[in-house]
Write a protein that binds this ligand. Structure first.
Ligand SMILES: Nc1ncnc2c1ncn2[C@@H]1O[C@H](COP(=O)(O)OP(=O)(O)O)[C@@H](O)[C@H]1O
Ligand SMILES: [Mg+2]
Length: 276
């Protein structure tokens, strides 16, 4: 097997608890998490709410500083590994571009007062990659690629539906030509038909650009449709991982069994899929 894109080892992150009496108490959000992500692969990170999934995602893109651990990154399978957590300054900025993040609610990540075309062009300018005019042309190309009309560039986030806003967020993530996108509940809030469209778009982009996805979701059924491999989190730790069909058919850990049960109690078609 070739060397992976990401090799995450023993990642841990605790947050301080608020309140005077507990001034020094901390809550362990993520404890000793390890996994790998291959180039062009989708790995699902699944777990109930509060299990630590978003904290892992945020540590990978360095929105959060983990307390402990290592994240080795290889841009290409043959490249030398870079320790992402040791990067500072300019080198951090350069590598940060290569890992993007898409949230559940792009309403929160898009500036309400900025035309969305600007929101997509902005990272290109901030990173000094292109001049203003080129950035706009590039934003227009990206909008076309994610299925948005050119006139959408001038409009504001509130003028779009949830599905369209997620297309904008994807265009923004793609602008810096990442190797990997952390999709944190990126389709969880969407209606079933819109969700299918966005998932198809993500799949096309993955094939076209060789992107790797860390697909974070609380829905194991959804994970099984997007990823071949899954890691299940519970209380900040990975408690089970493997081929998604195997995990669905023979869940070992109580937390996984609970997730499988909620898949079975959902859509009857999924019940059949899971039973196969
Ligand atoms: N910024 C924060 N400050 C304090 N506690 C946090 C913060 N972010 C997350 N947590 C806590 O860490 C744990 C894991 O949260 P999170 O990673 O968001 O889980 P998930 O994405 O699986 O729902 C939860 O107990 C949550 O309350
Ligand atoms: Mg979360």
């Amino acid at each position: 097997m070739s060397a992976p894109l990401l090799e995450v080892s023993n990642l841990s992150k605790a947050f301080p608890l608020r309140g005077v009496l507990r001034a020094r108490a901390r809550v362990a959000a993520v404890t000793d998490v390890s996994f790998t992500l291959a180039h062009g692969e989708t790995l699902a990170l699944v777990g109930e709410s509060g299990s630590g999934k978003s904290t892992v995602g945020r540590c990978l893109v360095r929105l959060l500083e983990p307390d402990l651990g290592s994240v080795l990154y290889r841009r290409e399978p043959g490249a030398a590994a870079v320790e992402l957590l040791a990067l500072r300054g300019r080198e951090l900025g350069r590598r940060r571009r290569e890992l993007a993040l898409v949230f559940q609610d792009p309403g929160q990540s898009l500036n309400p007062r900025l035309p969305v075309g600007e929101a997509v062009a902005e990272p290109l300018r901030v990173h000094g990659l292109v001049r203003a005019r080129e950035a706009r042309a590039r934003a227009a190309q990206l909008f076309a690629r994610v299925g948005l009309e050119a006139d959408a560039l001038e409009r504001f986030p509130h003028e779009f539906s949830g599905g369209q806003r997620q297309r904008i967020a994807i265009a923004r993530a793609l602008a810096l030509e990442p190797r990997c996108i952390v999709l944190d509940e990126a389709v969880s809030a969407l209606d079933v038909s819109i969700r299918a469209q966005i998932l198809n778009l993500l799949l096309e982009l993955q094939r076209e650009r060789g992107l790797a996805y860390l697909f974070i979701t609380h829905d194991l059924g959804l994970a099984s449709r997007c990823a071949a491999r899954v890691a299940v989190m519970s209380k900040g730790a990975i408690v089970e991982s493997g081929a998604v069909a195997e995990v669905l058919a023979r869940p070992q850990h109580a937390a996984t069994q609970k997730l499988v049960a909620s898949v079975l109690s959902g859509d009857p078609r999924r019940k059949l899929d899971a039973a196969r």
